[in-house]
Design a protein around this ligand. Sequence first.
Ligand code: TMP
Ligand code: ASP
Length: 234
Amino acid sequence: MEKLKQIYEGKAKKLFETEDPDLLIQEFKDDATAFDATKRGTIMNKGVINNKLSEKIFGLLEEKGVPTHFVKRLNDRDMLVKKVKIVPIEVTMRNIVAGGMSKLLGLDEGIILKEPVLEYHFKEDKLHDPLINEYHVRALGIATDKELEAIDKYSFKVNDELKKFFDSKGLILVDFKLEFGRYKGKVILADEVSPDTCRLWDKTTKEKLDKDRFRRDMGNVEEAYQEVLRRVME
Ligand code: TMP
Ligand code: ASP
């Protein structure tokens, strides 16, 4: 498959048309942004690492019955994906308090939640992806009841499977963000699953091995991403 016209460039990825109208090539960049792109930088080899990690995780989720846009990895930075229409909701799942939840509710990072917390954020950077609930989603027609039901079901399933998977690699899945897309009348998991979109802590040392190292200027960002890749591929 060849890259034809570029149809989109986001903060971390580009999308290209292919000769198949149902398929796109998703290219992973090294660019990193945080806080709605007010902080910008580069994480060396991030694109290559996130492409491989997403391949592995989408593959695993497909095996467990979660449909995804993943078709196959083409090379270091490119992945063939199904062409979806993204549902403008960022779903976050939280197992442990960190980041946005710690700030919103004034809670210490690291509190273990009694049960996972699912949040919907309206995907609109200029509004800072505001927190919304299912009434907003329905009242504004952002997604149908049926779509929302599928989104919830898959999000909890992804959490269950990835918590187990990362645990077996010595990593704690603190929280993560998912995006879903519409494809041939169904909702499927899209975007990426990587240390850009998950918080991952070492199980014993609690060291952060994700994009928080970039957000918080902690250093050794590439090393952390490489470490996650090494463990996941073991
Ligand atoms: P938050 O605590 O900042 O709301 O982030 C929750 C999770 O979502 C965390 O694993 C990082 C991920 N995330 C993204 O993938 N994209 C974003 O724009 C934000 C804000 C968070
Ligand atoms: N990627 C997001 C941005 O640039 C935020 C984040 O992941 O922290 O705004």
